[in-house]
Design a protein around this ligand. Structure first.
Ligand code: PLP
Length: 386
């Protein structure tokens, strides 16, 4: 393993922010609710172990990952909290899953067969009902057969029942209401099959924050003895769950700063063409700063011409084509100095007028026509997390 670190490009992760965000999400989920911190995809790019430990310190009682492989990383780091797998892995993963005490989401009989064979004693599972996301989960037409299969097994313990919402980040659509109605029917079928789950869950970050009363009512009526669990990812990292679900307005704090430093300084004359393709030329005589971060680090090349950074307390444009390892920043008449801090995502004290300047992941997402999730998970493994 290479431990030397020479390049100044780093993602600073504020574990305290993740811990406080967990606490706020737990409060938002309401009385009696438990928090499942979603730490898949390396904790949405923040570092899976850091994110898991911070969320647990903030009151989370569960963790969730997408892959068995991610669950193993948590176990090898000594994390012993319950870990939910959000989708069913291939049957061949069942023995490894059991050995690592990971709790699977289930929806296919073939997987249940493999799990029963692998389990010594009983295995806890969370069955997933598809209510309209149409991605994973048992379809309504196959539901009752699967529930009967689960009820008949003396090796499978249905600890949880769940569904997932497709449009929770849009406060005003009726889809969420329809999905919740289908989930209510599903919970009735679960109870009718003789199953008594202890945890019932529906809400991602957006639903936790904006549809709280709706899903809580369905859960309370469906299985009154079960505790509601919320599965929150993006809010834990202080990022917007969508253009209409602002993290900041719910008191959540961004947990990542992406910073680098000036690695080379040039004075150029008006008209000097810059970077691959010479797509930009200096509009006047002035200063250029080179910054050692590029698309291999997760700064999308398609942000060429649309990216700003914070340097010396000012917002400045990145000019010329974004390259694999470097970008160029136009400083005009201000001479940059080798080693000056450059903030790509985060805040920096303003040079004038007090206060601070800020560039959020939301700004990149909006300019690229994507969502915060894709930007955060796209900060590549080459960038050390500190
Ligand atoms: C990723 C995921 C979540 C977390 O969603 P956020 O919008 O990040 O809160 C919850 N549930 C499932 C099934 C997921 O795949």
């Amino acid at each position: 393993m290479i431990t030397a670190r020479f390049r100044p490009t780093i993602a600073e992760v504020d574990a305290g922010a993740i811990r406080r965000n967990a606490r706020r999400l737990l409060d938002a989920a309401g009385e009696g609710a438990q928090l499942c911190a979603v730490v898949k995809a390396d904790g949405y790019g923040h570092g899976i172990v850091t994110a898991a430990q911070a969320a647990l310190a903030g009151g989370a009682s569960w963790l969730a990952v997408a892959l068995v492989e991610e669950g193993i990383v948590l176990r090898e780091a000594g994390v012993d909290a319950p870990v939910l797998l959000l989708s069913e892995p291939p049957p061949s993963a069942a023995p490894t899953l059991v050995a690592n005490e990971l709790t699977p989401t289930v929806y296919r009989a073939e997987f249940l067969d493999a799990l029963e064979a692998a389990a010594d004693g009983s295995a806890r599972v969370h069955v997933k009902l598809d209510t309209g996301m149409t991605r994973v989960g048992v379809a309504p037409s196959d539901r009752d057969e699967l529930l009967a299969r689960l009820a008949a097994s003396d090796r499978l313990d249905v600890e949880g029942v769940q569904t997932h919402l497709a449009r929770a980040d849009e406060p005003d659509v009726t889809t969420t209401t329809e999905q919740l109605e289908r989930f209510a029917e599903g919970l009735a079928a679960v109870t009718a099959a003789g199953l008594a789950p202890r945890l019932v869950h529906v809400a991602n970050t957006a639903a936790t924050l904006v549809h709280t009363d709706a899903w809580r009512a369905v859960l309370a009526a469906g299985v009154p003895t079960a505790a509601p669990l919320v599965r929150t990812g993006i809010g834990l990292y202080g990022l917007d769950a969508g253009p209409q679900v602002s993290a900041m307005s719910h008191g959540l704090e961004p947990a990542m700063r992406l910073v680098s430093a000036v690695s080379h300084v040039r004075h150029v004359t008006e008209g000097t063409p810059v970077s691959y393709g010479h797509r930009w030329s200096a509009p006047a005589d002035g200063w250029l700063a080179t910054v050692p971060i590029g698309y291999a680090d997760g700064v999308p090349r398609t942000l060429t011409g649309r990216l700003d950074v914070l340097h010396a307390g000012r917002r400045r444009p990145v000019v010329g084509t974004v390259t694999m390892d470097q970008v160029l920043v136009w400083c005009g008449d201000d001479m940059p100095t080798f080693g000056d801090e450059v903030v790509l995502i985060g805040t920096q004290p303003a040079a004038e007028g007090g206060g601070e300047l800020r560039i959020g992941i939301e700004e990149w997402a909006e300019r690229l026509g994507t969502i915060t999730y894709e930007i955060a998970t796209g900060i590549s493994a080459r960038v050390p997390r500190t």
